[in-house]
Design a protein around this ligand. Sequence first.
Ligand code: SAM
Ligand code: SF4
Length: 320
Amino acid sequence: MKDGYSRKINYMRISITDLCNLRCQYCMPEKGIHKKDHREMLSFEEITEIVKSAARLGIDKIRLTGGEPLVKKDIVKLIEKIASIEGIKDVALTTNGLLLKDMAKDLHQAGLKRVNISIDSLKPDRYEEITRGGKLNQVLDGIQEALHLKMAPVKLNVVVIGGVNEDEVEDFAKLTVNDNIDVRFIELMPVGEASGWAKERFISNEEVKRRIGGLIPLINDTSGPARLYQLPGAKGRIGFINPISEHFCGACNRIRLTSDGKLKPCLHSNHEIDLLKVLKEDPRHVDEVLQRAILSKPEKHYLYTTEHEIGHRNMSEIGG
Ligand code: SAM
Ligand code: SF4
């Protein structure tokens, strides 16, 4: 369906857990987060009901995220369920990749066609520092397994942080040359753990593009926020996701569902609708509430403007 600004909304991102096996500095507090009572969180049955309702309104693409979605027991069954819902054409996943190697085959068989893997450094020590403990080789093994299963293109999400990993952008770009890998550089956002320091560490994607050099612009895929380029002769592509330096809100096609069942029409607004409550009280109203939420999507975000509302959630709860 269309929102109040005539944007077609066909994509829902669902955070299936706010827990994670990493503590990335810009996303999670070092000590982790307080574990909520499971009654406050969406169950897989509730997620399935919400997706059925969303599919009736024209949502055909679902992305599961978190926290870390692969720490969630039975995620394979959830993917199987969602992939079989009438109207759902595409089920994708965003993961830190740590557990992917052993799970990829089952996930793929369950209906997961594509995977986005977050990886901010190719240097083991640095990776461990950014993620507060992650083992890079596990992620690299996960990427290889996804390539092996032809979950192509395997998309790698890289958040560039000034003074931390900015010297690796060329190395990341080179990963696209021989493999069907898309590398997507994401601008650091002043959200959650990064709210206080994102501005000082911010590197624009214009700068990243300049450092890589020699990029050939591709016709942009209008269904997503990434601006796409390619290195000459490369198999994969390089995307730039510029939430800060460029408003892509005009092409926004998505809504988000947090792990505690709140609908967020916009990532950067505190406006939320308690869909879990609606579902528990009277499931017949879910379609209507979802419809109203889509219509309440704001025209654009207000990051770094005077109208910016400081968010009360970390990205691990919202899902990125
Ligand atoms: N755990 C999974 C992962 O890391 O891919 C899924 C959830 S994570 C919240 C989703 C994405 O949000 C990751 O690519 C992460 O790098 C990104 N992210 C988290 N906080 C961010 C921030 N402050 N600015 C930009 N991206 C952020
Ligand atoms: Fe976990 Fe992903 Fe957040 Fe890192 S970015 S702490 S992997 S949820």
